[in-house]
Design a protein around this ligand. Structure first.
Ligand code: B12
Length: 295
């Protein structure tokens, strides 16, 4: 995928003339950056927003560095799930990218694509593995592909507003699951948060140092695996105290947070999926922004 494009490249990709493209740039319909020499450059996210809003087709997606035939495929989340799952099971990265980008161009939020397509496909992979229908290598490859798709979707999101509130998070030690915490980052960015995933397997003390230094307004903990409930709850208590001391809301989610585990936890919000998170994050962003503006 290319980050910055020339009017000529975008014109070829959307099947318009270069003169039209330059006119759209100058009218402000496409966000445009000028090079030192005064040439127009268009960020890929601007092109994607432009196409989404107008329902315009992509004639030659490969010019933008995205798979051939993108923009002519799945438009419902249900069909997208079937296509994405098959692509993951076949280890077909290009097809998986195409399905995800098609859905995005059709106007679905990244949050819904994560919840109803990518996560569901991974759940299906887990059950195929459990029933001996899939090999471990296929599951690992599926995970890699899904991660790359998330990074690609991230490049399509509109630029963050200046002053966007900061959020950070990740997983604690013994939790190697990369996809959920990356999805949280992506969906918070889509909701206008300057969100940074710090990765997996993070010792609690260094998480607390990061909270004290970076002062997030929202801290998320993704919990897909717990080795010992007692030590998890002890670490969580430390983390939560740190978040509270520095004025961060703490949001938790993940398949390992059973009702029993949650009984031992205090949090600002627990979310079963990303849609729930977005509801909470939007309301918190509004409150934080109002607070920053003053009475
Ligand atoms: C990929 C995978 C792995 C990979 C992960 C690699 C990686 N880089 O991430 C690796 C190889 C590490 C792995 C290892 C193991 N795995 Co595994 N794994 C999976 C698999 C197939 C997909 C996980 C995934 O990424 N799902 C996609 C995510 C996005 O979905 P999700 O977690 O549900 O997240 C959604 C919501 O929960 C929510 N959410 C999640 N976190 C958060 C956080 C916040 C803040 C919010 C708001 C929301 C939120 O939003 C997400 C989007 O909707 C699952 C199958 C499954 N059902 O998920 C099995 C699965 C989880 N694994 C399983 C098992 C058994 C294991 C192993 C024990 C296997 C082994 N014998 O070694 C080990 C244990 C590892 C450990 N230390 O705990 C079982 C767990 C069974 C159980 N109930 O305990 C599952 C369910 C497979 C199965 N059907 O048997 N695994």
């Amino acid at each position: 995928m290319k980050d910055l494009l020339t009017p000529n490249q975008v014109a070829r990709a959307v099947g318009a003339s270069e003169a039209s493209l330059k006119r759209w740039c100058d009218k402000g319909l496409l966000p445009t950056i000028r090079t030192a020499g005064g040439h127009r450059r268009i960020p890929i996210h601007g092109v994607m927003q432009f196409l989404r809003e107008r329902g315009m087709p992509l004639v030659r997606p490969e010019v933008l560095g995205i798979p051939t035939a993108t923009g002519r495929g799945e438009t419902t989340l249900e069909r997208g799930f079937v296509g994405f799952r098959a692509a993951i099971e076949d280890g077909d990265e290009e097809r998986a990218r195409r399905v995800a980008i098609d859905l995005y161009l059709a106007g679905h939020s990244v949050c819904d694509i994560c919840d109803f397509v990518i996560a569901e496909a991974l759940h299906a992979v887990g059950s195929s593995w459990e029933h001996g229908r899939m090999e471990v290598y296929q599951e690992r490859r599926g995970c890699e592909i899904a991660l790359r798709v998330l990074f690609e979707l991230r490049g399509f999101l509109p630029a963050l507003e200046t002053g966007a509130p900061y959020a950070m998070g990740g997983t604690l030690e013994c939790d190697p699951y990369t996809l959920p915490t990356n999805m949280v980052e992506l969906c918070l960015r889509e909701a206008g948060w300057s969100a940074e995933n710090h990765g997996t397997g993070i010792p609690v003390d260094t998480f607390c140092t990061a909270i004290a230094r970076k002062r997030p307004k929202l801290f998320w903990l993704s919990v897909s695996a717990i080795e010992s409930t007692d030590s998890f709850l002890a670490d969580y208590q430390i983390l939560r105290d740190s978040a509270q001391a520095h004025g961060a809301a703490i949001v938790v989610g993940g398949v390992a947070l059973t009702e029993e585990v949650r009984r031992g936890m205090v949090y600002s919000a627990h979310c079963d999926n990303l849609r729930h998170l977005i509801g909470f994050a939007r309301a918190l962003k509004e409150a934080v922004t109002r607070g920053q503006e003053g009475p």
